[in-house]
Design a protein around this ligand. Structure first.
Ligand SMILES: NC(=O)c1ccc[n+]([C@@H]2O[C@H](COP(=O)([O-])OP(=O)(O)OC[C@H]3O[C@@H](n4cnc5c(N)ncnc54)[C@H](O)[C@@H]3O)[C@@H](O)[C@H]2O)c1
Length: 420
């Protein structure tokens, strides 16, 4: 470790962080298998990896897997509020320079990204594409040494595809989020459970009987809606696309415009990846006591500057609960500063589901090394065999057996001759 290439809150938190990382590892059997193989085979030897990720116990297990595979790993936070300071301290002790402090301001956030880039990585791992965009816009001298990258989340992939369309993307990236073993599970069950966990920890609210408005019925929105219903809430879904809106209707949720939902909702949760979804017109008609939380990647989904402007005063009532007093006396509560509530106010996704997402990350890093110089410069899907391997290993770890096609069935499914 070079002095000065890490920046954390408090090194004395390392022991607590180490124990929590160990606890998460117990729920990550697929990543553990990969780590064991990487330790033996060292497939990442000599590779420098910069990771811009939520600094959580699960990410620590990914970083240790990459390190055991022979890589030099340096980390920075992918969100100013998602860092677990004890984990950051433990990572530094494990020899993984980490640049992340919970609650860091925007300037420190980008300073940390720049420190990670000073390591001159060969591969990047992003969650939201801030590393890739910084490299392309401000550190293009690094491009010659980089042969690939991996992107964890929906919003990052949208940004990278847009870069590629504009002819700006200069190295190949694998869209980890698009693996079935990622978004079907992490975004749905992970974000579903942990977003409600974050709101509960921040507010201690009772979900039963509440009118919960979920903005966006994508993979995260499906999970949030499903779990809120499970806790007894009346769920209202807001969408802009007809197909997911129809799916929500057939799942039994009420679907309506946000302007209408704004008048009746008790808790609003945005998971769209979009901007200013909840805006001035909605704040104007919300009930006294309405709570607003975001679990999408950026803190842009709720128009916080407009809310600030419309209010006559603000105060923090509890950690991650900010009260906005409106001119007519109503109070609206913003949770977790509008940043992803599951990581700001809770611990992010449970390890068991990150096991699959990060198994995809580790195997895709290996794949990019094996295919160095051969991948076209674009956003690639996760290879299907990696996706299937992750699912098979997870099932095996869970003690679940499935059947195999017989030779007759394989032939039947591949043919067209047999009919009625
Ligand atoms: N909190 C977390 O830990 C976590 C985990 C995974 C993904 N994410 C982030 O959550 C966001 C959603 O991810 P996803 O995988 O569900 O995406 P998705 O593309 O599957 O779903 C997004 C949905 O939002 C809808 N939408 C867009 N604009 C809207 C608007 N103005 N009003 C209502 N609906 C609108 C879209 O039609 C789409 O159905 C992304 O920013 C993603 O990066 C967060």
């Amino acid at each position: 470790m070079t002095p000065g290439n890490y920046d954390i809150k408090d090194p004395s938190l390392a022991e607590v962080g180490r124990q929590r990382i160990e606890w998460a590892a117990r729920e990550m059997p697929v990543l553990r298998l990969i780590r064991e193989r990487f330790s033996r085979e060292k497939p990442l030897k000599g590779i420098r990896i910069a990771g811009c990720l939520h600094i959580t116990t699960e990410t620590a297990n990914l970083a240790l897997t990459l390190k055991d595979g022979g890589a030099e790993v340096i980390l920075c936070a992918s969100n100013p509020l998602s860092t677990q300071d004890d984990v950051a301290a433990a990572l530094v002790e494990f020899g993984i320079p980490t640049n992340a402090i919970k609650g860091e301001d925007d300037e420190t956030y980008y300073k940390h990204i720049n420190t990670a880039l000073d390591a001159r990585p060969n591969l990047t791992i992003d969650d939201g594409a801030d590393l890739v965009t910084t490299i392309h816009t401000k550190c293009s001298d690094l491009l010659e040494g980089i042969f690939g990258g991996a992107e964890e989340t929906t919003t990052g992939i949208i940004r990278l595809r847009s870069m590629h369309r504009a002819g700006q993307l200069k190295y190949p990236i694998i869209a980890i989020n698009d693996a079935q073993t990622k978004h079907l599970f992490d975004n749905r069950y992970g974000t579903g459970q942990s977003s409600l966990d974050g709101i509960t920890r921040a507010t201690n609210v009772l979900w039963a009987g509440k009118k919960v408005v979920v903005c966006g019925y994508g993979w995260c929105g499906r999970g949030v809606s499903m779990r809120a219903r499970g806790l007894g809430s009346q769920v209202i879904v807001v969408e802009v696309e007809p197909v997911p809106a129809l799916e929500a209707v057939m799942e039994g949720f009420r679907v309506m415009s946000l302007l209408k939902a704004a008048r009746v909702g008790d808790i609003f949760i945005t998971v769209t990846g979009d901007k200013n979804v909840i805006d001035k017109a909605h704040f104007e008609v919300m009930k006294d006591g309405a709570m607003l939380a975001n679990s999408g990647h950026f803190d842009a989904e709720i128009n916080i500057p407009a809310l600030r402007e419309m209010s006559t005063g603000q105060r923090t009532l509890r950690t991650y609960v900010e009260e906005f007093k409106m001119k007519d006396g109503r109070c609206i509560y913003l949770l977790g500063e509008g940043r992803l509530i599951n990581l700001a106010a809770a611990e992010g996704h449970p390890a068991s589901v990150m096991d699959m997402s990060f198994a995809n990350q580790a195997l895709c890093v290996e794949y990019m090394i094996q295919n160095k110089g051969k991948l076209e410069i674009k956003v690639h899907p996760v290879p299907e065999d990696i996706d299937r391997e992750v699912a098979s290993l997870k099932l095996k770890a869970m003690g679940v057996a499935i059947d195999a096609l017989t030779a007759e069935q394989q032939k039947y499914l591949a043919s067209w001759e047999e009919g009625t």
